[in-house]
Design a protein around this ligand. Structure first.
Ligand code: GLU
Length: 281
């Protein structure tokens, strides 16, 4: 069951039309299938939808996870290591595999991709932030698809983002995007943890993230491979709502998820900023 209101559906369509620049974060659980293997047919399907968006005049920036998961699969590691240097090694191996797939997928559609690996300290220096911004703007101006991940191979505790949800919110701020789409393996935000409560309902639209939303999220379980959970998603979206952007949580494994979001179909959860936002102007 889904909680929907007609105001919500109207708002959804109205806001979606205004999106020009969008950051799409693809989580590890979306990109990997059984045995942490990269799901290339799903990546192709998402890639085709991203090209459809670009052809429709949108600018798309991808934030990808999956490097550690892919590295673990290549190295035959069944359990996520806890030692930072082993995680860094897995990320180093997995990141190049990940990019090889993205590059192939987008090249077939006629697009080049540009890998951008970031660490938190970049956002703490105006000069480095300006450099990162200039790179991203230049890539977009040439219709090259920026593919961002945390630079896991060198990210020590002090310079880590924590997870790619926070990284993607910071990228939204940096490049002044209109929307952040978090693709995960859940259908959206529920009013109770769907894994433990069979009567939980998917909430179609949220206008403001409150403490009660965060409490519900805290009770939802954490994913095994990715490092973010529902709390981290809500915090990332809260951050972009505060600067007048909209947010989405949707299931990246759902066929045509991106196309359907942009056609205004009632899928996932949309988070709409309150009145004083840039999109409203
Ligand atoms: N940067 C990590 C990776 O590529 C993922 C972090 C996250 O799951 O949020 O594996």
């Amino acid at each position: 069951m889904k909680k929907v209101s007609s105001k919500g559906i109207e708002d959804r369509k109205r806001f979606i039309k205004k999106i020009k620049r969008v950051v799409i974060k693809i989580g590890t659980n979306v990109l990997t299938s059984v045995g942490h293997r990269l799901d290339t047919s799903l990546m192709e399907h998402l890639g085709q939808q991203i090209c459809w968006l670009i052809e429709g005049g949108k600018q798309v920036i991808i934030v990808t996870s999956g490097a550690i998961g892919a590295g673990m699969q290549i190295l035959g590691w069944k359990k996520r290591p806890s030692k930072i240097e082993k995680l860094q090694a897995a990320a180093s191996v997995g990141q190049s595999r990940l990019m090889r797939f993205y590059e192939r997928i987008f090249r077939e559609e006629g697009y080049n991709v540009g890998q951008v690996l970031l660490t938190r300290d970049i956002f703490e220096s105006n000069e480095r932030k300006a450099n990162a911004l200039a790179t991203l703007e230049t890539l977009l101006s040439y219709k090259i698809i920026p593919i961002i991940n945390e630079n896991d191979a060198v990210a020590s505790e002090e310079i880590k983002f924590g997870d790619n949800d926070q990284l993607s919110a910071m990228v939204v701020e940096l490049i002044k995007a209109d929307a952040l789409i978090l693709l995960s393996d859940v259908d959206g935000f529920y009013d109770a943890d769907p894994k433990n409560c069979s009567r939980s309902k998917l909430i179609s639209e949220v206008y403001r993230i409150t403490n009660s939303h965060l409490t519900i999220a805290k009770n939802a379980s954490m994913s095994e491979l990715g490092s973010g959970g529902m709390v981290s998603k809500l915090l990332a979206i809260k951050r972009v709502l505060e600067i007048g952007c909209m947010g989405f949580i949707a299931n990246g494994k759902r066929p045509w998820v991106l196309r359907d979001i942009f056609l205004g179909k009632n899928i996932g959860t949309i988070f709409l900023p309150e009145k004083k936002n840039g999109l409203e102007k």
